[in-house]
Write a protein that binds this ligand. Structure first.
Ligand code: PMT
Length: 219
């Protein structure tokens, strides 16, 4: 996608797994490494975009892009909302925790005898659905990380989250998805045939996704 097609376009990308604190020492998170989000930032920079990454993890930043470090889902949502108005393309590659501990203890949670610990979880806001519902011309791209029924769940997410594109990846396999260098994706758009890509490196997957976004936005 080295064609400058995204010149002067603001691309906002989320990456990494959110960390939902239980106490000052402990948090609930997932296996996301941020690799997919950072690869998308690289591919968008190659296409000429002005890229802002909102991420829970620090990796090598693509030249010219900017990183805003966040920790949990609510902080990620606030930061996305601060930038969304001036965004042209939003890509939600972060693995946002669906749940967080209902209570966040200010002090270390201690053992009491040999009893276990019950932790109540409450639902986090859905960042993609929130911006999908309030978009005013932004092109909104979500992911779908599924272990089964990938096509059905991805199509549901397209509608429910008002996305312009859903990139589905099957997770739970050792060769693609979370925390590896390769991925295999299927792209869904409203009223269009789904498009399947082979197993590729995450950077090539990202270049394919950016190319599909460019086609959708400009053609
Ligand atoms: O980071 P890596 O190790 O490279 O792995 C990449 C990846 C597998 C994490 C990535 O390719 C991916 O699939 N990211 C989305 C993970 C996810 O949260 O999927 P989901 O199907 O649960 O969510 C669907 C979409 O809604 C996603 O765009 C997600 O960012 C968004 N979401 C979900 C929950 C929530 N509370 N807020 C959200 O915005």
């Amino acid at each position: 996608a080295k064609n400058g097609k995204l010149k002067n376009k603001n691309v906002l990308i989320t990456a990494g797994g959110t960390k939902e604190a239980l106490d000052p020492l402990r948090y609930i998170t997932n296996r996301s490494s941020g690799k997919m989000g950072y690869a998308l930032a690289q591919a968008a920079v190659e296409a000429g975009a002005v890229v802002t990454l909102i991420s829970t993890v620090e990796r090598r930043l693509p030249f010219g892009s900017k990183l805003i470090k966040v920790t949990d889902a609510r902080e990620m949502l606030d930061t996305v909302l601060e930038h969304f108005d001036k965004t042209d393309i939003f890509i939600s590659a972060a693995a946002v925790s669906d749940f967080r501990p209902a209570k966040q203890s200010n002090q270390k949670i201690k053992k009491t005898g040999n009893q276990g610990l019950k932790v109540e979880l409450v639902q986090n806001p859905d960042i993609l659905a929130t911006v999908g519902a309030k978009k005013t011309g932004q092109f909104v791209v979500g992911f779908a990380a599924e272990t089964e029924n990938i096509v059905e769940y991805a199509k549901n997410k397209l509608v429910k989250k008002h996305a312009d594109m859903i990139v589905a990846n099957e997770v739970g396999h050792p060769d693609s998805g979370f925390n590896v260098d390769n991925n295999r994706v299927i792209i869904f758009r409203p009223k269009q045939a789904q498009k399947e890509f082979p197993l590729q490196s995450k950077i090539d997957t990202a270049r394919s996704i950016i190319e599909e976004i460019i086609k959708s936005v400009f053609e």
